[in-house]
Design a protein around this ligand. Structure first.
Ligand code: CP3
Length: 343
C-alpha cells in the first residue's frame, strides 16, 4: 500500500500525500531536454520510452507520493481521427468539427487503441520502473472539455463557441458528448488493464457552463464513464476535477462513485472544509501562482491551506496545473514542508 492510496481510500493518515498537477513540464530543465530530444510535444507523448522518462523525472527529483502518466487529454481526439497539433507558444490546434457529417467521419471508437497503443506501453513501463509505494495515476479529459477543443479548434476563454453549438445544434452536440463518453470508457479501461492504479478526470472548462448545463454535460457524462469503468474495475478509485464549478461541487460530492474531488483555487476553503470534506476526500487548492513567489509569501499560504484542510483526509496539490515560470526551489520547499507535517 501507499500513503497516497490510503488517503484516496479515505483512511486516516499521518500527513497529506503530495503531488502536483502537470508535475512533468516546462518548469523542469530535465523535461525541456527530453522534450527537445523527442521533437514535437506529440512525438514525446507517443514515445513510450521518453514519456516514461519525463513521468519519472519529478518523482526522482522531488519525491512526490504519486506519479501521473505523461500524455495529454487531447490524444483521444487525435486517435479518433481529428487532426491535432500543438503549435509552439500557442497551444493545441485542432480541425474544428462543425457539421454532422464531420462527426460521422470521426465516429470510429474501436480503432482508437491502435494510435493510443504507445500510451498503454508507457503505463506498462512505468509500472515496472516506479517504486511500489508510488502509485500511477492514469487520466482522461471529460467529454465537455474535449468537446470545447473539438468544436472550437483551440482553447477559448469562456468556451462560447462550444456553448453556442450546444444550444444551436443540440442533437449534434449530444452525439459528440456520447461519442466522447464511449471512447473515454474504452481508453480508461485500457489504461487500467495496462496498470494505472487511480484515474483522474479533468473537466478544465466545466466552469464555462451554467448550472443546469454543468449537471447535464459535465457531471452526467463523467458519472457514466466512472460507472461503466467501475463495472469492470470496481476497485479503481476516481479523482474528479470539475474546475470552477463553484458551489455545484456539492452535486459532484453527492455522487458515491467519485472517490476524490479535486478542488480549484477559487473556492473558499472554509466552505470546502465544512461542506465537502466531511463527505469526500479532497485534493488541491494551492494557487499555482504562489510557486512563482518569494519563499515567505509561499510559506504563509502553505500554512493556511494545510491548516484549513487538517480535519479530514486531504491530498496536497495545486488548484490547477503548475506553470512554466514556477520556481524549482519552491516545489522542493512545498514537498519538504508537507512531508514534515503531522496531522
Ligand atoms: O505531469 C503531468 O500532469 C503531465 C501530463 C499532462 C499534460 N497535460 C502534459 C502537457 C496532463 C495530465 C495534461 C492535461 C491537460 N492537457 C489538460 C487538463 C488539465 C488542465 O491543465 O486544465 C488540458 C486542458 C490539456 C490540453 C493542453 N495541453 C493545453 C491547453 C496545452 C497548452 C498549454 C500549455 O500549458 O502549454 C497542452 C500542452 C501540454 N500538455 C504541455 C504538457 C507538459 C506543455 C507542452 C510542451 O512541452 O510544449
Amino acid at each position: 500500500m501507499s500513503l497516497f492510496l490510503d488517503c484516496v481510500n479515505g483512511l486516516k493518515i499521518e500527513r497529506p500525500p503530495v503531488w502536483f498537477m502537470r508535475q512533468a513540464g516546462r518548469y523542469l530543465s530535465d523535461y525541456r531536454r527530453t522534450r527537445a530530444k523527442a521533437g514535437s510535444f506529440l512525438d514525446l507523448c507517443y514515445n513510450s520510452d521518453l514519456a516514461t522518462e519525463v513521468t519519472l523525472q519529478p518523482i526522482e527529483k522531488f519525491g512526490f507520493d504519486a506519479a501521473i502518466l505523461f500524455a495529454d487529454i487531447l490524444l483521444i481526439l487525435d486517435a479518433l481521427g481529428v487532426n491535432v497539433q500543438f503549435v509552439e507558444g500557442q497551444g493545441p490546434l485542432i480541425e474544428p468539427v462543425k457539421e454532422k457529417k464531420e462527426i460521422e467521419k470521426i465516429n470510429n471508437i474501436h480503432s482508437i487503441h491502435e494510435k493510443l497503443f504507445p500510451v498503454y506501453e508507457t503505463v506498462r513501463k512505468l509500472k515496472k520502473e516506479l517504486p511500489t509505494n508510488v502509485p500511477l495515476i492514469g487520466f482522461a479529459g471529460a467529454p465537455w472539455t474535449l468537446a470545447t477543443y473539438l468544436i472550437n479548434g483551440k482553447g477559448e476563454q469562456g468556451s462560447l463557441t462550444a456553448k453556442r453549438f450546444l444550444l444551436e445544434n443540440n442533437k449534434e452536440f449530444e452525439e459528440i458528448i456520447k461519442l466522447l463518453t464511449e471512447a473515454t470508457i474504452e481508453y480508461l479501461i485500457m489504461q487500467i488493464k495496462a496498470g494505472a492504479d487511480v484515474i483522474k478526470i479533468f473537466d478544465s472548462w466545466a466552469g464555462a457552463l451554467n448550472a443546469d448545463m454543468i449537471l447535464r454535460y459535465s457531471l452526467q457524462p463523467i458519472k457514466k464513464i466512472v460507472i461503466e469503468v467501475k463495472k469492470k474495475f470496481p476497485k479503481t478509485p476516481f479523482i474528479v476535477f470539475p474546475r470552477s464549478v463553484n458551489t455545484i461541487y456539492s452535486n459532484f460530492c453527492d455522487e458515491a462513485c467519485f472517490d476524490v474531488l479535486a478542488v480549484d483555487q477559487f473556492l473558499d476553503r472554509k466552505w470546502i472544509a465544512s461542506n465537502i470534506q466531511p463527505k469526500k476526500v479532497i485534493q488541491g487548492n494551492l494557487d499555482p501562482i504562489f510557486l512563482t513567489q518569494k519563499k515567505e509569501i509561499l510559506m504563509q499560504e502553505l500554512k493556511k491551506v494545510t491548516q484549513d484542510f487538517k480535519k479530514h483526509p486531504y491530498i496536497f496539490n495545486l488548484g490547477h496545473g503548475i506553470t512554466p515560470d514556477a520556481c524549482v526551489d519552491n516545489v522542493e520547499l512545498v514537498v519538504d514542508y508537507i512531508k514534515g507535517l503531522k496531522f
